[in-house]
Design a protein around this ligand. Sequence first.
Ligand SMILES: Cc1cc2nc3c(=O)[nH]c(=O)nc-3n(C[C@H](O)[C@H](O)[C@H](O)COP(=O)(O)OP(=O)(O)OC[C@H]3O[C@@H](n4cnc5c(N)ncnc54)[C@H](O)[C@@H]3O)c2cc1C
Ligand code: FES
Length: 378
Amino acid sequence: MGFFSSLKNDMKSLVSGIFSDKPAPFASKKGERGEAKKATRSLLVKEVIVETPDARTLVLTDPSGAPLDFEAGQFFTLLRKIDGKEVRRAYSASSSASVSTEVRVTVKQIEGGLVSPRLVKELSAGETLEVAGPSGQFTLPKGRKHAVLLGGGSGITPLMSIARTHLALDPELKLDLVFGNRGKEDIIFREELSALVEEHAGRFRVRHVLENADPIASHVGRLDRATVLAELDALESFASATSMFFLCGPVGMMDEAKAALESRGVSASRIKEERFVSPSDSSQGGSEGPEDVEVSVQGDLFTVTVQPGMTILEAAQDAGVEIPFSCTVGGCASCRVKLVAGKVALGEPNCLDPDERKEGYILACVSRPLGPCKVEVE
Ligand SMILES: Cc1cc2nc3c(=O)[nH]c(=O)nc-3n(C[C@H](O)[C@H](O)[C@H](O)COP(=O)(O)OP(=O)(O)OC[C@H]3O[C@@H](n4cnc5c(N)ncnc54)[C@H](O)[C@@H]3O)c2cc1C
Ligand code: FES
């Protein structure tokens, strides 16, 4: 009994036809079953660099020599097989986007996490990783001459890529980084940041906000709303009406930083956010029972059964129905489909803009049906 119930959970919808009176969720289609499209590539882990006791940088290269192009601030999605199930996690590139022979991602171990401890403690040079991407819009708009980067902990990764890339490319660009951490030993890229400040003196300033007192700290405490305001005042000399603000770090820090910027009248168009907690991992709504979703792909109709907790994309992939995808965390819009009937719980945050929402678009990778639905893949 225990064996069967755990097996049933493990196999989720793939075997649900065997264990329940629902039909197996292979897509019922007027036609044949296709293979889910996997826009991934196999990358070699060339090197693993120890950054802090719980953070590692993975240097990834394409063994075929093909370039690894991305924009500074974008992320890649790593796929791992764990206990027979494919899991995906997004990791921002931390390296310069001007170097296309490799991409570096920097992973901080989350205590009790499924994937990050394996990447930090078990992965070694010479192994290969399945990788999708790049994805994301956490990038510096063209022509901006000043940006404030507000980061906390592992949230430094896309900010580091932005600093490494754009300071070298644009001699007129000025960047400020306010970086929150618990202690000095937790600061990822501490020495490299100092070197960048020296290299780009007068154009790149870094202020460390540390919870544990240390001489390098500009402020001792948390990067909360009051501290962000004080730090912005200290950095005022570079500021202009077109300065951009990039926020990446723990949820609480980002909310506080955003509130601080809003209280100063900074418009939403000048604030960019990258949230690391994947909406597809949090159980954001969805039906309590299995729901049928009719998926229309270029005129072909498939019916996919979505089990509780699953996203439409996961169920479609299990059923062999092709919905394009890349990041799987609501960040790239590759899986955008039109909801033509029914209701879904749409994971937040995601990258759909208000107009797309009004027109009925949803992201299959973070959508869970609330009843029978129909969606169209465009
Ligand atoms: C666009 C994007 C870019 C990202 N870039 C990076 C990166 O450059 N470096 C990096 O280390 N991580 C990054 N992440 C986070 C990463 O994808 C994983 O979520 C993280 O490594 C935890 O995965 P896990 O499987 O170990 O934990 P899980 O098993 O998924 O989660 C375990 C628990 O930890 C919570 N949790 C998950 N992530 C975090 C977090 N970051 N902080 C606090 N609690 C968390 C979960 O809600 C859950 O309760 C990024 C996420 C996104 C969406
Ligand atoms: S796959 Fe990127 S938003 Fe869904």
